[in-house]
Design a protein around this ligand. Sequence first.
Ligand code: FAD
Length: 294
Amino acid sequence: VDGLPQLAAQPAPALSFEFFPPRTEALEAQLWSCIRRLEPLAPRFVSVTYGAGGTTQARTHATVARIVRETRLTPAAHLTCVGAPRAEVDEVARAYWEAGVRHIVALRGDPPAGMAQYEAHPEGYAYAVDLVAGLRRIAPFEVSVAAYPEIHPTALSADHDLDNLKRKIDAGATRAITQYFFDSAIFLRFLDRALAAGITVPIVPGIMPVSNFTQMRKFSAMCGAGVPDWMGRLFEGLEEDAETRRMVAAVVAAEQVRLLQANGIDEFHFYTLNRPDLVYAIAHILGARPRRPD
Ligand code: FAD
């Protein structure tokens, strides 16, 4: 691997950016300044996550609608099936289709706080695979699904989890986006296993630039993403030093995407957390340049 010269020589990859719907006016302003900063990089799509419960779901719809209305970006709406009857989920999907949204990131969702183990709604789609099939019956959506290079935390086994991904693709999904990871070798091995299992659609790495290491470590323990010891050492002693942390985070993420690109990966999904700067810098290093509006 030739390092930065090789990276700089590669064509710019396809990018996508993930946002979460804002809870307050201040956060809404932050989200929109993030969107405006990243928009000129012409991502393939931008996605908006979907929470549990009516108010947060309404915020997703409103954010997606505003992206449709006020930008030239292609939106992808996340949609979960946990805790809702099929009719309600179908209604949301139909409304998206009517509003011009053509891409859904179809997910099961996590059990709500207080429910120890996931239980499907009695009239709901039980798993993401069922939601994918349901969406395909409603309209010819482009459907992306989640994949887990380090295995979903409650999966019965690695093979079962991979088989679940295969079934989601067979049901009509045309792209998988991964949970974030920091050890690129784990992702590359996962790609090999997926290919061996007959999965041929793009599996796009989810990249999480780490602006707050302590918080990220707590969150990772819940979602099953491993945090390597070397990362702990790189962020050691920087708890009170946000500026240096950001520089270290840029180096960590740049090295991660460099390794992936050197291994032929040409599509990246960024968990922006509604903060643009690190994402913009890493996208720039990957070769993305702003396009002037025509
Ligand atoms: P599934 O693919 O249904 O899999 C869930 C688990 O069930 C896996 O362990 C699987 O192996 C297992 N399984 C599948 N079928 C069966 C079966 N028949 N019997 C037994 N076990 C089975 N969450 C949100 O709430 N909102 C979001 O916007 C959101 N966006 C996300 C975006 C990405 C890219 C990723 C990676 C995750 C996102 N999540 C989101 C988190 C996701 O909802 C959780 O990880 C959830 O626990 C699993 O969702 P899934 O779609 O992967 O589920």
